[in-house]
Design a protein around this ligand. Sequence first.
Ligand code: F3S
Length: 63
Amino acid sequence: MPRIPYLDADACIGCETCTRICPKVFHMVSEHKAGIHNPCGDSEDKIEEAMDSCPVACITWQD
Ligand code: F3S
């Protein structure tokens, strides 16, 4: 089973880092909020790189 990323939109400050690192999974849904458009769109390593780069650590793996 692939792990599924979760993005806490309330905590996201819209820095766009995740969308630049991993655009197949993350995109901007508004000027200041990112969202997940394809949770399995890239490798777990790439998703984890985006997670680790988020300044407010609002992207996590779902249980
Ligand atoms: Fe938001 Fe973090 Fe991405 S602040 S835009 S979820 S890197």
